[in-house]
Design a protein around this ligand. Structure first.
Ligand SMILES: Cc1cc2nc3c(=O)[nH]c(=O)nc-3n(C[C@H](O)[C@H](O)[C@H](O)COP(=O)(O)OP(=O)(O)OC[C@H]3O[C@@H](n4cnc5c(N)ncnc54)[C@H](O)[C@@H]3O)c2cc1C
Length: 317
């Protein structure tokens, strides 16, 4: 199987690499310290066409392949996970329901501004009593005359604001999450690569007992294990992306990629902190920032236990 990138995918990766290294890596740490969403960076990404990644040109996007999106994510997430997480949510679950299930006037009105980077998309499925059990959501729409009410306390939604088939609401929502899982897998790859790079650099510089700690086999084996697992997770993720691009079912493969890559990200971030010793525990160290960002990868877009269920079901259990 060949996942080599096309010319346009390579151009996109180059653009993302440059923006991530010059702008995101330099400015995102301050947003982390101030606990705010760096909307300025997201706006600039919109200006570069990066917010309409999976939306066809007809609706203001760039019509990138899923493989190209994964490769772009590897660059963005290497610089900062918060920016990358907001970006991927916008690109996948925040925009795709409108493209997949909206009609043309709805796409013109809401999808185009999202794809052109003029607004930021979000996806609200989780409720206080319904997380993994998405069927347990209490929000419901009721037809009353020519309007529908959403139970957000007196929120009224006009007919032409309803996306897709009302009887298929949940399954439409859940099918969007399939792409989201590839995206979280890609985010996990980028986190793992980031912490592997940091740990390797640090291990080569940090001297103890008269030699760089990278010369100790205990440290070498940690790095070698992470690099090997990363390659395996990368193949699973590109394979799931490639299945989507070629119009084949990818539910099981997306769950496998998300499960494997997010687990790896958590382990790799922990080992990278370990290699940094006490310095890695300091919240203002870059590796600690990535460590804090890792855990959510096992929770969002379906916890890893839910990925197990999806995979087991696909096996016929
Ligand atoms: C940073 C962040 C961003 C998020 N963004 C969004 C968003 O944009 N939109 C949105 O809608 N939601 C979002 N979420 C919510 C997220 O999708 C949920 O947290 C997730 O689906 C889990 O739901 P829960 O937190 O209610 O946990 P629960 O469903 O209560 O699960 C608790 C634990 O029980 C386990 N469990 C539950 N059911 C089973 C089962 N059948 N078998 C085995 N184990 C099970 C779970 O795996 C988990 O370990 C976000 C969450 C975080 C942390």
């Amino acid at each position: 199987m060949d996942f080599s990138l096309t010319e346009s995918e390579r151009d996109l990766v180059g653009l993302c690499r440059e923006f991530a290294q010059k702008e995101i890596a330099a400015r995102a740490p301050l947003a982390w310290e101030e606990a705010r969403c760096p909307t300025d960076l997201l706006r600039e990404m919109g200006g570069l066409g990066l917010l309409g990644m999976l939306v066809p040109e007809e609706w203001g996007g760039v019509g990138m392949s899923t493989v190209g999106f994964v490769a772009a994510m590897e660059q963005i997430g290497l610089a900062d996970q918060s920016v990358a997480a907001a970006w991927q949510a916008h690109v996948t679950i925040g925009s795709l329901p409108l493209y997949l299930f909206g009609d043309d006037p709805q796409r013109e009105r809401w999808l185009r501004p999202l794809a052109e980077g003029r607004s930021l998309g979000a996806f609200g499925l989780t409720e206080p009593d319904a997380g993994s059990d998405a069927r347990g959501i209490r929000t419901k729409a009721e037809r009353r005359d020519d309007t529908r009410e959403l139970y957000f306390d007196d929120v009224w939604v006009a007919d032409d604001h309803l996306i897709g088939d009302p009887s298929m609401g949940l399954s439409q929502f859940l099918s969007t999450l399939e792409v989201g899982r590839i995206s979280i897998a890609a985010l996990s790859l980028s986190l793992t690569q980031a912490v592997l790079d940091m740990a390797t650099d640090y291990a080569r510089q940090r001297v103890q007992f008269g030699q760089p700690i990278s010369k100790f086999q205990a440290v070498q084996f940690k790095l070698a294990d992470i690099a090997t697992e990363l390659e395996a997770a990368r193949w699973l993720t590109y394979r799931a992306a490639s299945l989507r691009d070629t119009g084949q079912p990818f539910l099981k493969e997306a769950s496998m990629a998300k499960l494997k890559a997010s687990r790896l990200a958590v382990v790799a971030a922990s080992e990278a902190v370990q290699i940094h010793g006490g310095l890695g525990y300091m919240l203002d160290s870059p590796v600690a920032r990535f460590y804090c960002d890792a855990k959510v990868l096992e929770i969002g877009e379906g916890t890893n236990e839910i990925q197990h269920l999806v995979i087991a079901r696909a096996l016929g259990c």
